[in-house]
Each structure stands twice: as structure tokens, then as C-alpha cells.
Design a protein around this ligand. Structure first.
Ligand SMILES: [Mn+2]
Length: 307
């Protein structure tokens, strides 16, 4: 049971020199000290404590691999790879502390950091890292997720199902949380009651299916009343056909194009206030043809490459 930091792996991928100097893919943009950066959280402990299908520990490596061969956009930005925080066994709290400190340090060097999870226990570390970097900021939390993840920690401690209850416990007065894409059937009434008591904003998956812009007003308001936005994307907000490789697949889910629209909207509205995002719950052992990793990579690419 331990926590270690690993160096960034060598990024490799397809090269197309015959197509000239514009034939660039993401693996060719990785460089130290760039404005954008990724860091991995290789951890199974949160999902295991939450009794989900384990395998999120392999998420960061699968996400890097899926990112590597994506084509770079026009005016592509370089990005840095800060390596992984690796949690062995049940060392969840120590792992979250290490990740939070790494995030706080990274945010003084990079203007946008994308964390590659890990299960949704990643969020408790992400928030604490952002809070450490900006102690006095108003922080709005935007979670794209089928689940509210507001359960209370049990005897074993926190898990991938408890991060937002843990965040609230740190700082109840400043808790500002919007959950977009939740499935009614995937959350008990106890959680909806808690969400109401804690002033949590909610946008249902059905509402996004009938109107892809259904969350935009609530998102605009969240951004407008906060100094910083923390975006956390649980890949299980997508349908199981788009995202089979997660610990808890969604039978319904929100369409990928809608999630892409939302991420683009957040980037455009929040600008510099979007300093931190994470992508969580990718579980490569259950993926099919790498589609879940690729889906997560499309979202990570957008976060890394958008100005
Ligand atoms: Mn979640």
C-alpha cells in the first residue's frame, strides 16, 4: 500500500513527414514547461471501495495512448506531461493528498491542467489542489455525470461515490455545485434530498437529450458567480455504446455531441477561469475497440487545445 510519482512516459505515435510540416498529431506537441499540461491519477482504490468494476488505474495510460494519434488543430498548443500519481492498494487518502499538492504546484506553472483519472475519487484531490492554489477564490464545480456522487463516506472512508459530499464538508459555506446529465434511476431519493438541502444545481439527462442546450443557462450562471471553474467529466455520463469502458455504464446516457457542445461552451464562457478539468472513470479493461478511451481523448483534446 503506497503512493508513488512516476515520470511522464515517452509519447510516440504516427508520423506523416510526406505530408509536410502541418501534418502534426498530439504526441508531437508534448514539451516541458508548456502553458497546458496533463497529469495522471492511476488509482483503483476509490472504485473498489465503491464496489464498482475496478480498472480505472489503467485510465491514464489508455487516455495518453488515445490522445497521441489525434490530429492537432490549427494553431495547436503545446502541452506538458507531468506523469502520474500512482496509488497501490488502498492508499486512497495519501494518493489524494499527493495529487492535490501536485495540482497546486502545477497550477502555478501551467494555466490549464487536465487530470487523467482514476475513478471519481480524483475529484476530491482536484478540488483540494485548486483550493490550495486559490485559497480565497469562489470556486464553481461543474460535474458532467450520471451520478451526483454525493454519498456520505462510510467506515472505509471516501470512495468514487463520495467526492462532492467530502468537498462540501471541507467548506460548506462556499459549496457551489452543478451536476449536469444525471440519470434519475442512478441516484437514490436520499441523494436528491441532500442535493436540494445543499443547494446543488441539477440538469437531467432526459432534458439534454430533448434539448442539447438545456444546461447552458445554469452553466453560464455558475461561471458568472465564481472566480474559478472546476470542470469534472465522468465518462459514464455518456451512453454505454459510446462509453462501455467505465465502472458503471449508463443504459441511456447523454449524446457525445451534446457533451462536446457543453465542454466547448464552458471553455468559451469561462476562459482563464477554467484552470482545472479532469476526466474520470475510464476503465480500459471493459473498453471495446478503445472507443471509450478515444471518446475521453476527444474531450481532453478540446480542453488542451482550445484557447
Ligand atoms: Mn461520477
Amino acid at each position: 500500500m503506497s503512493v508513488t510519482r512516476t515520470q511522464a512516459p515517452e509519447w510516440t505515435g504516427r508520423l506523416d513527414p510526406e505530408d509536410g510540416s502541418d501534418a502534426i498529431r498530439l504526441h508531437q506537441l508534448v514539451t516541458p514547461d508548456a502553458k497546458r499540461a496533463v497529469i495522471g491519477f492511476a488509482c483503483d482504490a476509490g472504485v473498489k471501495r465503491n464496489k464498482g468494476r475496478v480498472g480505472a488505474k489503467d485510465g491514464p495510460a489508455a487516455l495518453r495512448q488515445a490522445l497521441a494519434n489525434l490530429a492537432a488543430p490549427q494553431n495547436a498548443l503545446a502541452f506538458s506531461d507531468l506523469g502520474d500519481v500512482v496509488v497501490t492498494g488502498d492508499a486512497l487518502e495519501a494518493g489524494q493528498d499527493t495529487l492535490a499538492n501536485a495540482i497546486a504546484d502545477a497550477l502555478s506553472l501551467h494555466d490549464r491542467l487536465v487530470v487523467l483519472g482514476g475513478g471519481h475519487e480524483t475529484a476530491f484531490a482536484s478540488y483540494q489542489g485548486l483550493r490550495k492554489r486559490y485559497p480565497d477564490a469562489r470556486i464553481g464545480i461543474l460535474n458532467l455525470d450520471a451520478h451526483l456522487d454525493l454519498r456520505l463516506p462510510g467506515e472505509a472512508g471516501g470512495s468514487s461515490g463520495t467526492p462532492f459530499a467530502q468537498i462540501r464538508a471541507l467548506d460548506p459555506e462556499r459549496f457551489d455545485y452543478l451536476c449536469v446529465g444525471y440519470a434519475e434511476e442512478a441516484n437514490t431519493q436520499a441523494l436528491f434530498k441532500r442535493a436540494q438541502d445543499w443547494g446543488v444545481g441539477l440538469v437531467r439527462d432526459h432534458d439534454l437529450i430533448s434539448d442539447p442546450l438545456a444546461a447552458n443557462r445554469a452553466i453560464s450562471e455558475l461561471i458568472a458567480r465564481n472566480d474559478r471553474v472546476y470542470l469534472t467529466i465522468d465518462i459514464d455520463v455518456l451512453s454505454h455504446c459510446q462509453a462501455p469502458g467505465v465502472s458503471a455504464p449508463a443504459a441511456r446516457g447523454v449524446p457525445l455531441a451534446t457533451i462536446e457542445q457543453i465542454v466547448g461552451f464552458v471553455i468559451a464562457k469561462a476562459g482563464d477561469r477554467l484552470a482545472l478539468a479532469d476526466l474520470v472513470e475510464l476503465c480500459p479493461a471493459y473498453d471495446q475497440d478503445g472507443v471509450t478511451a478515444k471518446t475521453a481523448a476527444l474531450l481532453a483534446r478540446r480542453l488542451l487545445m482550445s484557447v
